[in-house]
Structures are given as C-alpha cells and as structure tokens.
Design a protein around this ligand. Structure first.
Ligand code: PLP
Length: 437
C-alpha cells in the first residue's frame, strides 16, 4: 500500500510555513516568503514556482557546506535505497551494524593517525558537545576536575547549543545575547588573517602565554582549523595549528579541531588539519559527512582520551543519542566518502578554486568591497557594511544562482561536482549579489 498525498497549493504552503514553521535565525511567524524548492538534482534546486524569472537555481551554498556531490546523486540514492530495504534505524545501545562499523573504521583510516575511536551523533553541534564532554571527563577521570574551561580564539563558530555557543565569538557572534548565561571560557584574539600570511610570532606568543596562564583550569583548546566559517569566513595560516599543538602539549591541555565545515576536502586538503600536518586529540566532523543527505556527525578521539575516560570513577562516556549510528546515515556516509575518493575530490576542488579566484577578482574594484578571498572551494566577497540579504539574494537568483549572504559577506561554497559553466554562473551570481547588496 502507498499513501498518496495530494500536492499543496503554493500559496497555502507558503502561508502555512510562515504560520507554523520556524526557520534558522528567523522570527515566528515568518516575515518573508521562503523559496519553495520542489526537488533538486545535480547542482540545481528546482523551484515550485518561478522566481525572478527563473525556475531553477544552481546551489552556490551546497546546502551549507554539505551537498558536496550535489543532489539525487545515483550512487548516494542507491546507497539509501539499498539500506532502507534492510533497516532505516535500530538502537545503538548493545546493538551494532555493518554500516556504522564500516564508517567508523573508514573515518579512523582517513583522519590523522592517532585518532582511533569514533562517537557517531546527529549534528555538528552535538559532535562538539561530545568533544567537550570527552575532554572534561578525561581530566575528571585523571583526578583533575578543575581542568574544565575551554580556550578558543575570537571569530569562531561551533554551533547553537549552550556549550558550543560559549566558544562562539563572544561579541560579533550570533550568541552574544546569551553572555552571562554561558560557561565562561578563555578567548584569545582572532588569528591574523590570511592563509598565506605565515605565522606572526607576536600572535603565537599571545596564544602560548594565554594557554600557559590558564593551563591549570583548561581542559582543551578548541578551534576551527584554517577557516573560521560562520563566524566570518576568515582564513588563517595553518602554522597556527602547529603552534597550538606545541603549546597544548607543553601545558598538558587537549586540542580539539572542529572540522564540521572544513572536513572532506572543502579547503583543498581532505581535512584542514592536513594543511599543517597536525593531529588534534579530538576531531569533529559533520555536514558533508553524508554528502548532505542525512543529518550525522562524528567525534573522533585518541586512545589516550578513551583510556583515560575508561579508568575513571565513571568509566563510560555518558552520552547516547537515540539516533546514534543511524544505519541510513551511515550507509550514505560510506557511499559519499567512497565517491569523494573515486571522483578525485582534490582535482574537483582545485578546478573550482582556480575559477573562483579568477572570477571573483574583479569584485575588488566594486564600491564598498573591502576584501575578496578564496581557498579551496570557498569564495568570499566582504563589504564595508552589512549586506541587504533580500536584495543580494534576489540579484543572484536573476542570474540563476542560490546564495545566502550574511552579515557583511556574499560567499559561496559550490558542490564539488559543479562544472566550469556552473562555477562561472555562480561567479556571475556572486558579482550581481555584491552589486545589489
Ligand atoms: N561547527 C562548525 C565549524 C560549524 O560550521 C557548524 C555549523 O555551521 C557547527 C559546528 C554546527 O553544526 P550543526 O549545524 O550541524 O549543528
């Protein structure tokens, strides 16, 4: 038996959405009409109703860093169908299954060497919560419960739950409204801008000094390596990761890399940590882990951390989401990683990087533009003012491109499968958005 649901009239759908459905960082009821997407395939979103004269949009956002292989990819679709035919979900307490075991083993294989143990959860924010819990519990187990603060640098973003908000940028971040309610963490200055800028010794000294001064109360340093994403799309020199590794080791502090956005090739290396050849004690992955098909994240840690926790008074990691290790998500994640390797992601990303660098360069001369930067399959145009999001995204739509500018930036991170023509269209969309912003 199949259930047939009659399609909803467009206007009714939009009205019900505005009345009942909360969207990210949005008011309730909604004040603007959302774009209704009916289906998606390849790099394109197909609209339920034409907008700005177009009925499909090239997705310049990869659904927020996630859809690296685009939509309706036959390999990923097949992985989901095949898994649905076996089971969609089963509890993970006391039970295991091949998709999750395969995935964890694969993640251990492709991430930096000492990461050996994998905790699968349902979202990037939760993976960071788990990372923090691992580090806090590690020190508790070793009889050092006072080591429970975190150090990070300003300008970061790690999620929307309370522990993660506490390490987002305390001023510019979207969570400044909660200051006073969040755990009080230690903040270093923003890392100096520029992937190629090299290590500024004064800033390195500042990091070292801060870690040293707070070492007795610090459980871990947590950063987004190389690219600070939602906090401002800023790039920094990979050399700072080495500095952090050295000062963390010297001061008996753990190191967490949040690679939820940067993982799986986006910055030009499989993991951003690989730019520096540095391994963290804990690594968070999410977003493109499943090729953007299903919500899943992973927290990896070293045996030192797992052993430490296991020796404690509470010898287990006290965390267990209902949908932990979800078989459907695991199956599609396995397929996505395999596809990444088979497609030669490095070549895909290099091609996009070159096209974005050349295509976006003219924006430097546009009025109000203060910076244009690209790294891997990421392109950013920064303005001297907050962007008029509606005007900018409508201008991109008229070029057939979906963008979601924020704060003072118009930016893109295309799906890796975007071909030269797609990237050229995305570039046109970004330039049009900047002009209209
Ligand atoms: N960490 C980083 C670096 C992110 O960019 C994000 C999301 O943008 C998160 C964590 C939170 O992930 P999620 O939105 O899946 O909870």
């Amino acid at each position: 038996m199949t259930l047939t649901v009659p399609p909803m009239a467009h206007d009714r759908l939009v009205a019900l959405d505005r009345a009942h459905v909360w969207h990210p960082y949005a008011p309730m009821p909604g004040r603007t009409d959302p774009v209704v997407v009916e289906s998606a395939s390849g790099v394109r979103l197909h609209l339920a109703q034409p907008l700005e004269g177009v009925s499909e949009l090239i997705d310049g956002m990869s659904s927020w860093w996630a859809a690296v292989h685009g939509y309706r990819h036959p390999v990923l679709d097949a992985a989901v169908h095949e898994q649905v035919g076996r089971m969609s979900h089963v509890m993970f307490g006391g039970i295991t299954h091949e998709p999750a075991v395969r995935l964890a083993t694969k993640l251990v294989e492709i991430t930096p060497e000492p990461l050996r143990h994998v905790f699968l959860s349902d979202s990037g924010s939760v993976s960071v919560e788990v990372a923090v819990k691992m580090c806090l519990q590690y020190w508790r187990s070793l009889g050092r419960p006072e080591k429970r603060r975190l150090l990070t640098w300003r300008g970061g973003y790690h999620g929307d739950t309370f522990q993660t908000m506490a390490v987002c940028d305390p001023d510019g971040g979207m969570h400044s409204a909660w200051t006073g309610l969040l755990p009080d963490q230690v903040f270093a200055d923003r890392p100096p801008a520029g992937f190629d800028a090299g290590v500024d010794e004064v800033y390195a000294g500042h990091l070292a000094d801060l870690v040293e001064r707070h070492a007795d109360e610090l459980a871990a340093v947590i950063v987004e390596p190389v690219v600070q994403g939602t906090g401002g799309m800023r790039f920094h020199a990979p050399g700072y990761l080495k500095v952090l590794r050295e000062v963390a080791d010297a001061n008996n502090v753990l190191l967490i890399f949040d690679e939820v956005a940067t993982g799986f090739g986006r910055t030009g290396e499989l993991f951003a940590a690989d730019h520096a050849g540095v391994a963290p004690d804990v690594m968070c992955l999410g977003k493109s882990l499943t090729g953007g098909y299903l919500s899943m994240a992973a927290t990896l840690c070293t045996s030192r951390i797992a052993d430490g926790i296991s020796r404690g008074e509470l010898p287990v990691l006290a965390h267990g989401p209902t949908f932990m290790g979800n078989p459907l998500a695991s199956a599609v994640a396995n397929a996505s990683i395999e596809l990444l390797m088979r497609n030669d992601w490095r070549l895909q990303v290099r091609r996009i990087e070159a096209a974005l660098a050349t295509g976006l360069r003219p924006a430097v001369a546009f009025p109000g533009v203060v910076d244009v930067r690209t790294l891997g399959a990421i392109g950013v145009v920064q303005l001297d003012r907050d962007v008029d999001v509606m005007a900018a995204s409508r201008a991109a739509m008229r070029k057939g491109v979906w963008l979601r500018p924020f704060r003072d930036m118009v930016y893109t991170m295309p799906p890796f499968i975007a071909d030269d023509q797609d990237v050229a269209r995305i570039v046109d969309g970004v330039l049009a958005a900047v002009t209209a912003a």
